[in-house]
Ligand binder design. Structure first.
Ligand SMILES: *Cc1c(COP(=O)(O)O)cnc(C)c1O
Length: 363
């Protein structure tokens, strides 16, 4: 049997008629950028997360870059971020000329909240939190530290649409919840898309102006803006997907439970979930010291796996100039050497999953 690490067409065919109707509605409307669909999606996504405002953008990376910029953070400033994240999180900081200050993760792959205070300096301007793989971070402790030091929190929710900490949705703990709707994300569009959610009206206005060349009124430019507009087609398709997001997340949670129960192999360590947190299982990640062999073994049986992520940002070629050394973040580096993401996707069949479990246990 051939099992891909991710399959995207099944979620389309599951609601095919709704997607096609939404797409045709936009194509026939004669209005393609920043219109009614974007407005409606923004209202619906703000309501879904429980925030006052949502601003639709071009990508998750833009959401991060623009959030940092709207807080006035730039050259000479520091932003605290977990060391074991996707490069985009860090780019959100460095694209503004600010310096990322890395902190080691905890056993749940999120920032170790107890290590944040030691990383705070006079230059620290914000804490960037990533709910990696879909699991909510320890927001109780992080909010305490942020309040004590009067630092804003930016949440990277690119992998956590709908995941909660103590019943409160990720993306609602800080000034800005940054979302990506890249096709593989739990709330994925059919192209690039992103958004921020916030309760701060001024912040929302700033992002709204920034996304459209820095102008509120066309051709009157108040700030040096960007072009980071969510288009109508993606917004219309996202509205369909959003209306099914809870079902889609529950399906992934069920798939994860089946893996949790089924995988029994001393060489494979499963991911625990923090008390009070939940995960929407954007990825189903396990640790395996013999990762290369494990991947090759599964590959031999037609099962694809992925590594999220093989090179931590502090060791990435592009950040050589930051001067970090191998061994500086041992927990992060150990994760980078041992994490494996097993196949998990909408529409994964029992048969497919049982096959993955059988082979994982055989290894
Ligand atoms: C996908 C992702 C991003 C970037 O989102 P894009 O829409 O691809 O720009 C940022 N952070 C994390 C953790 C991601 O997984």
């Amino acid at each position: 049997m051939q099992i891909k690490s991710n399959v995207l067409d099944r979620q389309f065919f599951m609601y095919q008629q709704e997607y096609e109707a939404a797409a045709l509605r936009v194509l026939r409307s004669g209005w393609y950028v920043l219109g009614n669909e974007v407005r409606q999606f923004e209202q619906e996504f703000a309501a879904y997360t429980g925030r006052k405002y949502c601003v639709g953008l071009n990508s998750g990376l833009d959401a991060l870059i623009m959030s940092v910029r709207a807080l006035g953070i730039g050259s000479g400033d520091e932003v605290i971020v977990q060391a074991n994240t996707y490069i985009a999180t860090v780019l959100g900081i460095t694209e503004n000329g600010a310096t990322p200050v890395f902190v080691e993760p905890d056993e749940f792959f999120n920032i170790d909240a107890d290590k944040i205070e030691a990383a705070i300096t006079q230059r620290t301007k914000a804490i960037m939190v990533v709910h990696l793989y879909g699991q909510a971070s320890n927001m109780k402790r992080i909010v305490e530290v942020a309040q004590k030091h009067n630092l804003p929190i930016i949440e990277d929710c690119a992998q956590s649409h709908g995941a909660c900490f103590n019943g409160k949705m990720t993306g609602t703990f800080g000034i800005s919840g940054c979302f990506s709707f890249y096709p593989t994300k739990n709330l994925g569009a059919f192209g690039d898309a992103g958004a921020i959610v916030t309760d701060d009206e001024k912040f929302a206005d700033e992002i709204r102006i920034m996304r459209n060349y820095g102008s509120k009124v066309r051709y009157y430019n108040e700030i040096e803006g960007l072009n980071s507009r969510l288009d109508e087609l993606q917004a219309a398709l996202l509205r369909v997907k959003l209306s099914h997001l809870d079902e889609l997340n529950s399906e992934r949670k069920k798939l994860a439970q089946v893996y949790d129960k089924g995988i029994k192999n001393d060489k494979i360590k499963l991911t625990a979930i923090r008390k009070g947190a939940d995960s929407i299982y954007h990825q189903y990640v396990v640790l395996c010291e013999k990762r290369e062999e494990f991947q090759a073994f599964l590959e031999k049986y037609g099962i694809q796996t992925q590594i999220h992520y093989p090179v931590p940002p502090h060791l990435a070629e592009c950040y050589k100039h930051l001067g970090h050394k191998k061994g500086e973040f041992p927990i992060t580096e150990a994760y980078a050497d041992a994490v494996v993401s097993l196949p998990i996707y909408t529409g994964m069949t029992n048969e497919e999953q049982e096959y993955v479990i059988e082979k994982a246990n055989e290894f």
